[in-house]
Design a protein. Structure first.
Length: 536
């Protein structure tokens, strides 16, 4: 029996436009009855099974691939963000889209829990009774835009993994990238030659961390509020300041790591850690063994994560191994990481989050960095889902090709799909949605999988040439830019005017302009026209 699957996402659109359906399947057709969307409280969505011999996506490692396009401001990124928040459904009041899904028995349902009741389904396989899509689902969002930070903040509370790298080339999961080296595209030469570096911190200043915690407590527990709690936390912190001097260097580092982790986890986690440390019943001994023992085995009380002791031990081993083997490329680092521990990935990713490991690219362009960051982020997120037994995923990538050379854009979709195929065995369903402005990506999209956010409908740009894509998909009639168009008009206007009004300087200027035209055929044609005009 097949697990439940999402078939489509339905949503209202701005400015009184008819509702739209973003289909995530080739098996069904969804038709919106837009005739009464203003007068009726609900809009009918007619569902029809499509009889076909061979699905367009049956040979792909995803259940659906959709490329979203439109002008700036039309809502491409907003649609991707809303799709992520709607499928994970951690908080229903944050959902913007209704879910059309099929259950194990083949019945199609509408789930609009938390969404204004806007739709109803019609069709022989549909249920008139609305039903929640309760299947565990994960969502990944990635963007190359530096301007989406505010909207991305909503993702963290919804349960979506925001895999967008922070600003700079040092803020990415180098561990995920190295361990995914075997899955990276083989057709891009720089990936094989890419060199990376690593900085490992195995000694953390405890007094610096205590001061950071003190500042954090002051900002999160304002004066005059909960004074007894603030006082007890302050006393616990003062005790730590004194106890830290009696700790061994390793225990001081472990304490600093736990304080940093709790601070990054938030006020509740930090309060809990300070209370646990202050509740040590044993009397202080030489080297303060009670705290040392606690730190060696303490793990987060609400999440199964590596202990500070495990993290520090792995970092020390890794530093020694790197000093001995001097790795440079991705594959070399992958071998080094696995030699330290076969289960090193979650420990290193926690160390990365705590800032104990920083990776850096060496001598790579922004486009090369962007490509590697994309694959590193996807690898980390997909492994996260697999570890949590989340077997259905939506991957939303916003203009991932932005920094790529056109030759890379030609391989962009294929490289992503090949990369995802390495993880497919861990998932029942994967849906891929990409937003783009690229003509090449739009033309490489499978048939009828281009979604126009302006019209709210699927379009077909499969194998169209650049001129046809501009015209039929993007609605731009002329391929040349406005500057080139203005210069060309100067030439054509000159050639169309009577020669008697010319000056010798004007003709020389026009000839010089024609000589700079890159197209040999057009250049020769215009020079012939200029010669004929001069001879008249």
């Amino acid at each position: 029996m097949a697990p439940p699957i999402i078939l489509a996402l339905a949503f209202k659109r701005r400015q009184g436009k008819a509702p739209a359906v973003l289909s995530l399947t080739d098996d069904y057709e969804f038709t919106v009855d837009g005739s009464n969307h203003k007068s009726s409280s609900t809009t009918a969505i007619k569902v029809r099974k499509i009889p076909h011999i061979h699905s367009r996506t049956s040979d792909l490692p995803v259940d659906s691939i959709t490329v979203v396009y439109g002008e700036n401001g039309e809502g491409k990124t907003a649609l991707l963000l809303d799709a992520c928040q709607s499928v994970v459904k951690k908080f229903y009041d944050q959902r913007q889209l209704s879910i059309i899904w099929r259950d194990e028995s083949g019945i199609i349902h509408l789930d609009d829990e938390g969404v204004r009741k806007a739709f109803r389904l019609e069709g022989p396989e549909t249920s008139q009774k609305k039903k929640q899509f309760s299947h565990k689902f994960g969502a990944i969002f990635y963007t190359t835009s530096p301007f989406e930070s505010n909207r991305r903040l909503r993702l963290q509370s919804s349960g979506t993994i925001d895999s967008t790298p922070k600003s700079g080339t040092a803020s990415y999961s180098g561990a995920a990238l190295c361990l995914a080296a075997g899955s990276l595209p083989k057709n891009i030469p720089f990936i094989r030659r890419a060199k990376i570096g690593i900085d490992i911190e195995t000694s953390v200043n405890i007094q610096t961390e205590i001061e950071s915690v003190s500042t954090f407590l002051s900002s999160n527990h304002p004066k005059g509020r909960r004074s007894s709690k603030v006082s007890s936390l302050g006393m616990a912190l003062d005790r730590l300041r004194k106890d830290a001097f009696d700790l061994s260097p390793r225990s001081r580092t472990l304490l600093a790591i736990e304080l940093r982790r709790a601070r990054l986890d938030g006020a509740k986690a930090l309060d809990m850690l300070l209370y646990e440390l202050s509740d040590r019943k044993e009397k202080p001994m030489a080297d303060n063994r009670s705290i040392s023992r606690f730190l060696r085995y303490h793990a987060s009380a609400y999440e199964k994560r590596p202990t500070a002791n495990q993290i520090l031990s792995i970092l020390i081993k890794l530093r020694r191994s790197i000093s001995a083997t001097a790795p440079k490329g991705l594959s070399e680092y992958a071998r080094t990481l696995r030699s330290v521990s076969p289960n090193i990935s979650p420990i290193l990713q926690e160390a990365e989050r705590l800032g104990l490991i920083n990776w850096k690219f060496i001598e790579l362009s922004s486009g090369q960095v962007a490509l590697l960051l994309l694959f590193a982020s996807l690898s980390s997120a997909l492994n996260n889902f697999a570890d949590r037994n989340i077997r259905s995923a939506l991957i939303a990538i916003d203009e991932g090709e932005m920094f790529m050379h056109p030759s890379w854009q030609r391989q962009y979709l294929r490289d992503i799909l090949n990369f995802i195929s390495r993880y497919r065995r861990d998932f029942d369903h994967i849906h891929l949605i990409l937003a783009t402005h690229s003509l090449i990506v739009a033309g490489d999209t499978p048939p009828n999988r281009l979604f126009d956010v302006k019209s709210g409908s699927m379009q077909n740009g499969f194998a169209l040439g650049p001129k046809e894509l501009l015209d039929r998909v993007y609605g731009v009639k002329d391929f040349s830019g406005s500057m080139a168009e203005n210069l060309y008009k100067i030439i054509t206007n000159f050639l169309s005017q009577p020669r008697s009004n010319d000056s010798a300087e004007a003709e020389i200027e026009i000839r010089s302009l024609i000589d700079q035209i890159a197209s040999r055929e057009l250049r020769e044609y215009l020079l012939t026209e200029l010669h004929m005009r001069t001879a008249r």
